[in-house]
Write a protein that binds this ligand. Structure first.
Ligand SMILES: Nc1ncnc2c1ncn2[C@@H]1O[C@H](COP(=O)(O)OP(=O)(O)OP(=O)(O)O)[C@@H](O)[C@H]1O
Ligand SMILES: [Mg+2]
Length: 207
């Protein structure tokens, strides 16, 4: 579990602690319940599966919760070596590794990411999409795509947007990467309200 680098905040996240929110029979409840079923299914079926998942949805609907629950369960139930990375942190570490003073080599950062049997890349598209960011993201994901390794992504960026001022996932990651994601992942859309606000409101009531 330690080498999987799951952030402390998500330590206790499991399938049992994810409770679909919203009125029963509402679209939000249905989307969250389906996401939970798909996440459990991935663990049940592993290693007999070809593709990972891409959780798409707004803030606080439990995308990172489910992604970490999947790898925690794979580690505990099936002994699969997994790795968690926030994509922004990963890109930052790669950038820092170019610095000769830090004595990091790019490969020292990238080797575990290439080799992890199951990898979570959290917050896809969150970094400002410069050419370097797009090229580096594509290189990492392409490598795992070619090796047919299972990767679990989360993102806030949708494929379709309602206003021209919003950016799509393709705007953020580029066409080539979006195309590969289609092939290497089942897309799971999660809708709903921000659970963090609920935690905060409940806290407020106590004081
Ligand atoms: N349905 C749920 N049941 C229980 N806890 C939940 C649920 N949804 C979210 N949470 C909790 O709410 C917090 C926020 O969830 P999480 O970080 O997974 O959201 P997210 O969709 O990844 O948001 P963001 O897009 O901002 O990264 C976490 O502490 C998570 O455990
Ligand atoms: Mg998240």
């Amino acid at each position: 579990m330690e080498s999987a680098r799951i952030p402390k905040r998500y330590d206790g996240c499991s399938f049992d602690t994810y409770h679909p929110q919203g009125k029963p029979n509402s679209l939000n409840f249905h989307a969250q319940a389906s996401a939970l079923i798909a996440a459990k299914h991935l663990v049940d079926e592993y290693p007999n599966l070809e593709i990972g998942v891409l959780f798409i949805g707004p803030c606080g609907v439990g995308k990172t919760h489910l992604a970490t629950a999947i790898i925690a369960s794979l580690i505990h139930r099936k002994g699969v070596p997994c790795l968690f990375y926030d994509f922004r942190d990963l890109l930052k570490e790669i950038q820092d590794s170019y610095n000769p003073i830090s004595q990091n080599s790019e490969l020292r950062v990238l080797a575990p990411v290439y080799e992890a049997e199951v990898l979570v890349l959290d917050e896809l598209g969150a970094s400002k999409p410069t050419d370097w960011v797009r090229d580096t993201m594509t290189q990492i994901i392409n490598k795992r795509y070619n090796e047919k390794k299972i990767t679990i992504f989360t993102t806030n960026y949708l494929d379709e947007v309602t206003s021209p001022s919003e950016e799509t996932l393709t705007d953020r990651v580029g066409m080539r990467l979006r195309s590969r994601l289609h092939e290497m992942c089942k897309v799971i859309k999660i809708t709903g309200d921000d659970y963090r606000l609920k935690i905060n409101n409940n806290r407020g009531r106590k004081f």
